[in-house]
Write a protein of this length. Structure first.
Length: 267
């Protein structure tokens, strides 16, 4: 029992040490190139909605499995049960960037959407994130990134809407382009804090991550080609913003939901 308690305390100490060093100045990335892998979405299949994420029913579309999985900015990769990497096991990874890193290597980057920490962003930002958004939970996006923070949201300027009020137009945030066709945007921290404090945007449309996961082309190919004897493998889906930005997840909850829906669809 004492050994187990010591291990838990040690793990918490490592997490705290990492979180206390978060670089909150890094809320954007200049990391966009064509995807390394793509195929037609003609076989995409819509799944039922995630019931716990609000009244606007989110949708999920299956985009492929194993070496036929579509990988591009804006999709979610869902791990198989045989994935034993500490960060990737029971994970759902939102792909936010594909391009060349600082060392000239072509890589794919994403954040794990359902790995919450026990802390709010305000607690871990050293005062740089304040107001209403400071209460939002901080999620651990992965194990790469020098403990840099990232803000994802669904309030970008170029989000298409047929009819909207002047208030809705005002509540849009100047930031980067939409990530793929996901309805998700990155950056715009100061505007997001101001609009949230003025009550013009819903704080639940914003989600903070520290760090990310990264795959080289070879690592990604090896992952996608790893199929067990039951036919289980990584698969990709396209989901609505509510699923990516869900703030009440326990670890692996989005992963469990997406896999359960896949089983029901293929039964």
């Amino acid at each position: 029992m004492c050994k187990q308690i010591h291990q838990r305390i040690s793990a918490l100490s490592i997490l705290l040490t990492s979180l206390c060093c978060i670089n909150t100045s890094a809320f954007t990335h200049s990391f966009w190139l064509p995807p390394v892998r793509s195929r037609s979405d003609s076989s995409a299949t819509e799944l039922q909605s995630f019931p716990s994420l609000g009244s606007d029913e989110p949708s999920v579309r299956f985009l492929g499995k194993g070496d036929r999985a579509v990988v591009r900015p804006g999709v979610v990769l869902v791990a198989p049960t045989h994935e034993y990497n500490h960060y990737l096991m029971r994970s759902a990874v939102f792909i936010h960037g594909i391009g060349v890193d600082d060392e000239g290597q072509h890589v794919t980057r994403g954040v794990i959407i359902d790995q919450p920490t026990a802390f709010s962003m305000g607690e871990m930002s050293g005062g740089s994130v304040y107001g209403v958004l400071a209460q939002n939970s901080l999620f651990q996006g992965g194990d790469v990134g020098n403990d840099a923070a990232m803000l994802l949201h669904s309030c970008g300027k170029d989000l298409p809407r047929l009819i909207e009020t002047q208030e809705q137009i005002t509540s849009r945030i100047e930031c980067g382009d939409m990530i793929g066709t996901s309805g998700i945007y990155e950056g715009g921290l100061q505007a997001a804090m101001d609009l949230a404090d003025d009550g013009l945007v819903d704080p639940e449309k914003f989600k903070f991550f520290f760090n990310y996961v990264e795959f080289t082309d070879m690592e990604l190919d090896n992952m996608l080609h790893a199929i067990d004897s039951d036919g289980d493998a990584w698969f990709s889906v396209e989901v609505s913003p509510q699923i990516i930005l869900g703030s009440e997840y326990t670890r692996g909850q989005a992963w469990s939901y997406l896999r359960r829906q896949m089983k029901q669809m293929t039964a």
